[in-house]
Design a protein around this ligand. Structure first.
Ligand code: HMG
Ligand code: MG
Length: 301
């Protein structure tokens, strides 16, 4: 157990992970406004979109429009998903600060999500990582199904160890330990993080917890106790992966911020402004926020 960090850095993945699975088309202008509200609320990292096949994920087809429409704020890092060189070349036109290659600890999920094996995915990612670094763009690696897989069930930490090692080997700079379907509980999540820490330092390992089973805050606390201080979350708890049936949204950024501030941990985020950002997108989608903190605070306004 390490000391809990006095500061936490959050990446809001709402515009990407949050909206990618949305059935109704969300106009680019709404996505742009969401990104702008998030940065105004103090988010310093925002995962904006994905350069993936529009046949696979139609909701992200407006990637260029969204990336080009954002009024960028100094000090904010904009990241995007790039599964292969084709995606990277398209992303390069929009100058993200960081790209994300996304692999899986489970073979079946790798096949369903990106249509190739884990080994093939690493072969595809290697030139992407090289090209990104040559262009001065940072590289993150997402490791899906780090504790459980919708097709294979429980995933052993050794699989995360294996994938993290492969990612390190091709030059990925930091990794996300992702509980894609939110089945993890604290000890299992800690074991997955431990496996990632065999290859990456604590500053370069983040937690990405979906909240399907309501365990994401507990898992965050468990990760905090290991010294992890980077996390991903979605405003209003938006989201789910199109290739993980039943996967709910990420833990809500509002809920995470409430937890962190309550523990005296700084995030640089203005919770009231964040709640407003969540209200903006929830109103557009025509449903209540998935954040319990947002609902509680709104009921008191
Ligand atoms: P594929 O079909 O194997 O690719 O898809 P291909 O190379 O055989 O090409 C087939 C067609 O796709 C061709 O077009 C290519 O040009 C096109 P056609 O000639 O048939 O018209 N293509 C592309 N188009 C746009 N952008 C590209 C691209 N690459 C090929 N980059 C591919 C492989 C990876 C592209 C596909 O499987 C795909 O797009 N998958 C989407 C996966 C995805 O976005 N999943 C959700 C994000 S991951 C996630 O949510 C998990 C995460 O949150 C962590 C967690 O919670 O676990 C990160
Ligand atoms: Mg995710």
């Amino acid at each position: 157990m390490n000391d809990i960090s006095s500061q936490v850095r959050l990446i809001d993945v709402g515009p990407r992970d949050g909206l990618q699975n949305e059935k109704q088309p969300v106009p680019a202008a709404v996505k742009i406004e969401l990104v702008q509200r998030l940065q105004a609320a103090g988010l310093r990292e925002i995962e904006v979109t994905s350069y993936v096949s529009p046949k696979w994920v139609p909701q992200m087809a407006d990637k260029h429009e969204v990336m080009r429409g954002i009024r960028r704020q100094a000090g904010v890092r904009y990241s995007v998903l790039t599964p292969n060189l084709k995606g990277f070349e398209a992303a390069l036109l929009d100058q993200p600060h960081e790209i994300v290659v996304f692999g899986a600890a489970s073979e079946a999920f790798s096949q369903k999500n990106i249509n190739c094996s884990i080994a093939q995915s690493i072969e595809r990612f290697a030139p992407v990582v090289e090209a990104a670094k040559a262009a001065g763009i940072a590289v993150r690696g997402a490791m899906s199904c780090a504790v459980g897989c919708p097709y294979e069930g429980e995933i052993a930490p050794e699989r995360v160890d294996y994938l993290a090692g492969l990612m390190k080997g091709i030059g990925v700079q930091r990794v996300d330990v992702a509980d894609t379907i939110g089945v993890g509980t604290p000890k299992r999540v800690q074991a997955a993080i431990e496996a990632a820490l065999k290859h990456f330092p604590i500053d370069h390992v983040s937690g990405h917890f979906h909240d399907t089973y309501g365990q994401a805050l507990s898992n965050t606390l468990a990760a905090l106790h290991m010294g992890v201080w980077n996390f991903q979350s979605s405003v209003a708890g938006l989201g789910g992966c199109p290739y993980a049936r039943g996967a709910n949204g990420n833990v809500a950024t509002e809920d995470l911020v409430y937890l962190l501030h309550g523990m005296g941990i700084e995030t640089g985020i203005d919770l009231a402004a964040l709640v407003d950002a969540g209200q903006f997108i929830s109103a557009h989608l025509g449903r209540p926020s998935g954040s319990r903190v947002a609902r509680a605070l709104l009921s008191r306004r």
